[in-house]
Each structure stands twice: as structure tokens, then as C-alpha cells.
Design a binder for this molecule. Sequence first.
Ligand code: ADP
Ligand code: ZN
Length: 719
Amino acid sequence: MYLIKCWIEHPVNKLDKTFDYMHNETIITGVRVIVDFNNRKLIGFVDSCEKIDNLIKLEEDLGYKLKPIEKILDKESLITKELFKLGKWMAKDTLSPTIACYQTMLPNKIKPSSNKEKLVYIKMVKINDNKEKLTIKQQAAFDYVKENGPISLTDLNKAFPNMSRALIKKNVIDVYEVLKSGSLKLNEVEKEEFLDLTTYQKEAMDKIVNSDKQTILLHGITGSGKTEIYLHLAKKIIEEGKQVLFLVPEISLTPLMVKRVRSRFLDDVAIYHSNLSSQEKYEQYRKVLKNKVKVVVGTRSAIFMPFSNLGLIILDEEHDLSYKQENTPIYHCRDIAIKRAKNFNCKVLLGSATPSLDSYARALRNVYELVELPFRINESLPTIEIVNISKSMRKKNSYMISDVLKEKIQDRLNKKQQIILLLNRRGFNTSLRCYNCNHVIMCPHCDIAMSYHHDIKMMKCHMCNAIKPVYVICPDCGLKNTFYGYGYGTQRLEKEVQTMFPNARILRMDSDTTRRKNSHEYIFNEFSKHNADILLGTQMISKGLDFPNVTLVGILNGDAGLSRLDYRSQELTFDLLVQASGRSGRSHLDGEVVIQVFDEDNHVIKSVLKQDYKGFFMSEMKYRKAGGYPPYNYLIALIFYGRKNDVVSEDAYNFISKLKGNFSILGPSDLLKLSDQYRYRIILKGKNLEEMKQAIRNVKDNIDIKSNLRIDVNPMILD
Ligand code: ADP
Ligand code: ZN
């Protein structure tokens, strides 16, 4: 007999531990099994297996009888040894339940909580050695299999209806099952040659290759040729017989990047991101597990691919917020990348034109190697002009588009060049308000105003997606038809631009126009074929795009993000403005950028105008130091949430009363209600992250928490 320790998705209490079962043979780590848990059949994930010398004594020691494993679901481990250890490390690092980490690491179909039977298998047929007398029709069908086989049973039935059964009965063909594959269809790509690196690129590449640091920060301005360096490095690593992981923040927004990687490495590339179906994800996962691909291009979740021989991790746009997973286990992809690079003794290359302050600070402190590319390949940065929109409005200009921007748009339309307009807010109006009594239409589930969406003629909540009609009669003052729009989003902007330039062809890109699969790619393709003159949209259009014909970028409401109360809002605004500006004039045509703001004296706007990352970094670090914010201190945010206000608040106050250690504790603060959940937050701030984590564990394991608790170590956003 063997003692089998399993992780179980424990639906009742949140204890983070394994449970004991027994089996008459050994079971390997990382296999799913079915076990009886409080009279329910649940799926367990095998942690370890050891021989039992004396069952009676063991059961006496345990104080209960061991139950047998009921069924083993997998023939082989779903996970590599390295990933198995990583899961445990991750649970500690992020203060999450271990089983939640394994669930996040594995593709849907083989999550510890899912049953393998859901995988799609197809029936295949092939001929065997058995000789039987066949009718003419049967012979024809047999010959068809012989010539084309193995083929799927469905194909055989299509070509020769009602014939397969007889062939199977006469035992001249065999039927067997294979996992359905090939469902991920990628467009054909043409092979492209590697570009010869410029002197600057070569220097950067040498510095990366020869550095004795594990983590390298490549700070290169937009269009400085970072991607070409990534590709050269990947080639080198592949030639050494190793695998490369290429991470991008959001794959549907970077089809160009995927195309560029695939055009160099063709079939050696696997793609992994959240838009794939579960079956597709599983296939890609298997490909990597079986060592069939050399490069994986993917988003955050690709960091958990089962590599066996990883040689390099590239994290492009390392500052991007999408690298952070915001639900439990809350982790930052960069942290996992650095950990895995240690496991494989390989390098991590972080690349960005606007590195996160945390990474740049580490690079300056020599924790990371800093490599800089200060020039564009085409040697010309776009010129930026700041327009004060309140002054421009006083001159009776449109309140959305200043005369300066309008003239430049007209000029590009005349020259048949293209324009990108960024407005980081979707919908038509930000809110609707009664002109008589100022009643604002609020979300019934959240403490925020709903936005008006013109396409569906409804109010929509941008937090929980609830929709409701516009009131005809104001619920407060009872007057009829009194609601008017306030603030504008991309839908309203589209209408304004179309009225201003009736002949311009406009594409809009925001989360309302990109809900369907492949819609991002469609919009980018249309724009790159110049089937549209103006691409307008939210922050989606600010990232990674390389359209050579774009010579004007207009940013509306450029300082809107600064009104947020978050400690990181300056950094996020700087990133957005610089990244969006970087879309202009990337090729042989000179680029211009117009940024419309209310306050041109803000230090963020001034640094953007000078395109001065270091200047921004220095002034921002002073502010972070004064406030004791990261990177000067670590933060951990605890959010208690649930449907009952008093329960949630009691839990938060109870927790804080027991929390002790050498760090400051802020809160509990009462946050806005979201999706009917009341929320209270506690923040820990201090220099010793491990001590802060341990203090949380001590309280968490010793009190009874009735509401839900979300733990965010190193939170990116606090507002
Ligand atoms: P980044 O990733 O820093 O934004 P890219 O690698 O996309 O920069 O390069 C910007 C542009 O310059 C691209 O159009 C790319 O094809 C071109 N480019 C990059 N490196 C070279 C090179 N060595 N020779 C010629 N063109 C290059
Ligand atoms: Zn809502």
C-alpha cells in the first residue's frame, strides 16, 4: 500500500493543505485522481506518494481510516518537476492557496478541478493485416483508406456512406482514438530574413549576451529596434538547442509581433493566450511538454508553459499592467519569469520604452543590467505639441478637437497619410444628468455613474457591465425628458470626427468594437491596408503598433488619467502618452503628435513633451520617496468583500486589530461597492516584505473570516 497526498479543491474551508488517501500502486506527482471527500467525489492533484510499512499503525497515528483513491485520470504527469515546485513557491510568494496556483498554471482542460473526459478525441481508421473477402463497394472503401489512411472515421463515412461498419465487422480496418488536434489555424506567413543589426543594436546585443546578471532591462525608445534584437537573441538561443519564451502584454493587440516572430521561426513557434479555446490551449501546452516547439509567443499565462530546456525569457513592454493577474492567485508575470529563469539558469530580458519605475530603479541599483537604446532606427522622433483645451474652447473651438489638431488632421487627409486618435474612455457620454435636479444615473450594483452607449441606446456600467434604459421621467424630480449627456467617450468622438471630416474613413477600436474573436486583427488589417484614414480608440491603440503611414497622433484628454488618486497614476499617464506618441512617424515619413490637456504645467506633461524618461523618473521618484510608496517601500493590499456590509466590515476590523509587526498599517478604508459587493481595504506598508507576509499568515490562519479575502502583494493600483 502507498500513502498518496493530494491537493483538493476544497469548497468549504480555505485550509491550504494536502489530504491523505491510499492506493495499492505508486502514483506519480502531478496526476489527477478522483477521491471521496466528505461523501463527494472530488478531483485531487497528487502531491506525493510513499510506501506504507504498517497501515494499522499509520491509521492509529492519523486517528482515522485512509480512504482509497477511486480512479486515476492521467497516465502521465501534467506538469514538470520544475513547475510542480514553482506552484508551491508561488503559493508562498503570493499568499495564495496552493491548489489555486496549480489551477492557474494548467490549461483549462487539465486543471486539477476538471475531468479529462471533456477533451475532444476523434476516431481514426487505418487498414490492418487481416485479409477478408470484400464486396466491390467495400473493396473501394478499403482501398480509399489504404491510399489515404490513416483518416478520420468521419471522412471515411463522408466518402463512402454506410460502409465503415461492414469493414470494421470484417476486421480489415482498425478504429482508434486520437486527441483532436490542428484546431488552431494560423494564417500562412512568408519567411523573412533577419535584418542586419545596426551598430547600436549590436552593442546592446553584446552587452545582453555577455552580462553576468540574470535579469536585463532593455530601455529603448519607441522604434529603436528592440524587437529586432529580441529576434536575433532568440535565434542564438535556438541554435544552442534551447527554447525561448516570448511574452507580450496582450496578443490580440500585437498581431504584428506574432507575425514578425513567426516569419522568422515558422513552424517552431507555439502561440498561447487567453483567446484560444480550451482544446487549442491544451494542444499548445502538449507541444511544449513534448518539446516539439522552440519558441512560445504568448501572454501572461504562457509563463507557465512546461519547458524542459528554457534558454531565454523575453518580456516585451515590461511596464504593462496586463502582466499582473488581478484575481487569486494574484501574481506578476515578471516575478514568475525571474524565478523560472533562476530555475533554468537562463536570462530574462525586460524590454520597454517606458520601464516601470520599479524595474528602472533596480537597474540603476545594479540589481538588473541596464542596456539603453536612445535612438530611433529612422533617427527621427516625432515632434510633440501640447494644446491647452480650455483655452482652445474659449475661442469657440470644438470642445473635443482643437483647431490645431483639426488643421493637422485635414493636412494628413489631403496627403493621404494616416492618423491615430486616442481617447481613453469608451461609450458616448460618461454620464447622464437631470438638468432640473442634477440626478445622475447610477449603476444599481456599483457606486458609480453609468455611461451612455449610443449604439444600444442604453446606459452601461463600465465596472460590472450592467445595462439599463435611460429614464424618461426623472426618479427624483418627476420631470419628463430631462437627462442630458456629460463627458464624452469614443462613440461620441467618432461622431464628431465624422461630422468634421465627412469624407474620412474612420475605424473605432475599443472594448465595445472588439468583443468578437479576431476583431482586433480585422481592424489592424483594414488600417494597415489603408482602408481607413483615421483609427480612433482607447488605450488599445497605443500599444506596439507599427504603421509606417501614420504621421499624426492626436491624444484627447491627455491628462484625464492624472485626476485619479492612485500613487501610480502619473506613471501610467506618462506611459500611455509616450507609447501613443511612439506610433507616429515610425518609418521614412516624419511624425507629429498633438496632446490636448487641461493643465500643461504638470510635470508628467512636461516630461512627455521633452520625451524625457529619465527626467520623469527622477521627479517621480522624489514624490514616491516623500510618500513612502514603492519602490521605497513594499505594499500589500488586503480587500475583504461580500454582500453583507456589516459582516465584511467586522472581518476587516477584526483582522486589523490582530495584525502586528514592524510596518505601517492603513485602514480599513471603505471602498466603492462593486457588483453588489461591499469592500474594505487594509494596506500594509514597509521595508520587509517577508515580515509583512508572515504577519498576514499569522492572523489569517488563526481567525475565522466569513467574507471573501483578496490578497494583493505589491498591488499595482490602489484607487
Ligand atoms: P521597437 O521594438 O524598439 O519599437 P522595432 O524593432 O519595431 O523597434 O524597429 C522599428 C522599425 O525599424 C521597424 O519597422 C523595424 O523593421 C525597423 N528596424 C529595426 N531594426 C532594423 C535594422 N537593423 N535595420 C533596418 N531596419 C530595422
Ligand atoms: Zn455596475
